[in-house]
Design a protein around this ligand. Sequence first.
Ligand code: AMP
Length: 284
Amino acid sequence: MKTETTIQGLNASLSTARSNRKMIGFVPTMGNLHQGHLNLVKEARKLCDIVVVSIFVNPIQFGPNEDFDNYPRTLDQDCQLLADVGCDIVFAPSVEQMYGSQPRLTTISVSDITQDLCGLQRPGHFDGVTTVVAKLFHIVQPNFAFFGQKDYQQLAVIRQMVEDLNFPIEVIGVPIARAESGLALSSRNGYLTEAELETAPAIYQSLTEAADQLKSGVSLDAALAHIRERLTTAGFVIDYVEARSPSLKKVTDFDQDVVLFVAAKLGKTRLIDNLTVVYSSNGS
Ligand code: AMP
């Protein structure tokens, strides 16, 4: 496995693969890798000849009061994990390499679907994500790109960008990897205290309880209220608890598949999760 820190170096490493028309798979990450990230890499390994993983903590997707400075950076450990799952190239550029020293005057901005859920609480976040992902797509020029369903809204936003701007890339969504407790794996789980780690699985529990309620005929409003109540009682401060259609349209009833979304703070740590509830007209 090679590690490249410059665009030039990456191009040199990919030149043979490109001229031999090898299928290039790309997994963008911010590092501090866990099994969720590794599942994306394994999926890429199955479908592609060459697997590139980027590790870049992208400053422009963090708000002024967010955790950019403290975000865990564990490059050596990450490279070891990536070598073990068969990654070919790690691209770990500096901020300078990605953004240069000139002011950046171009932003990629997807409208509408970036406006609610995480977009409401984190203004500018998705512009930061789409801008860096567009840059990385141009740099890596992959055939396939892999994103986790844990960041469901992000995946929808990237798909939209790829469609709208004709990136010749197939975007693959990969299911959420969870700890045994049900807690969705996240680099930010490392911020949780031991006591908070005990409490955190309540997010997934409340989502599965709400899903069961919906399937047994409880209204969507009541199921969402159950999640809010359960999490508030457990000590979370809720950012949002919402239901949307799989394409992120507002929904009022469980008369189609719905995705339940939670973003909530436990102490200083903001956690997100989601669960798709499949509708079946016979109620089963
Ligand atoms: P991040 O390093 O947090 O930017 O995440 C990089 C990629 O890994 C994104 O596509 C995330 O959606 C994905 N990812 C993070 N956590 C998980 C998880 N628990 N399950 C599946 N994918 C994940």
